[in-house]
Design a protein around this ligand. Sequence first.
Ligand code: MG
Length: 313
Amino acid sequence: MVTPTIISLRPGATESAEEHGILSQTPTVSNRQTDPSPDTTTRPSPHESGKRLARRGDSGWWGLHSKTCDDPVVIKAVFFDGDQTLWDFEVLMRRSLTATLTQLKALRPGIRTEDLDIESVVADREAVAKELRGTEANLERIRLAAFSRTLSRLGLPDDDLAGQLNAYYLLHRFDNVELFPEVVDALTVLSRSYVLGLLSNGNGYPERSGLGGTFASVVFSQDHGVEKPDRRLFDVAAAEVGCDPDEVVMVGDSLPNDVSGAQNAGWRAIWLNRDGRDRPDEYTPDAEISHLMKLPKTLRALQLVPSTSAARP
Ligand SMILES: [Mg+2]
């Protein structure tokens, strides 16, 4: 694992940056003495006010001043990945598949148990998704095709039964989402200072997980025909909240999808590393956290660091 370079911003700022995992590929030193950090305790939430973000340069509740090259860029919006960031999709998916296969055994008692292990069903789904890439983006239809594949593999080709299994799976998959324990508290705190968004390659609908009304923007790859890390998805998200790329931060568990994807679009990116995984040299998140409750302080510290991300041409 590469030891991150800690940016020294001004007297007293280094400890804060280090504490909150701020990383930098290129050490930058600024001697500015002014504190550009916004007063996050008094800024009204755009959710509470029901207003969309004012673009940079507009007069409004951001209270922005005329910018210079040395000014920090105000972070206005924070987008979150869904699976493994806000909820544990792996556990949910396997639990829902287990329930669905139990249902299948009840419907077709003759099926051999050894042919129905979860791993083979997961592999069927991955193979189908790979085959349909570029022609089918809807995750529920991909899952349906995967159940058809599994039944065919078992020697039971039956589209009606695949449809029943898909409905059963989706019922469990959508109704049993468990957020990571700190998610609600973290999002509640952050919503007082930032516009929040969901940017996901999955289909975890916020209203099905108790997060209805939390996000000003919900962007699913399946609705746009491209997946993270494709820059176009990040462009859609930034446009939805009316922000320039350098005003938006992505938070997610995937280094290629969430970190590199966001940075290539000109966003900053915070890597959520719950498990203490090693970070390959090729990835350089702007910050790394192990827990979402570290985000408020991390974002304030990140605010002091000029963005090094640049949108690809
Ligand atoms: Mg994820």
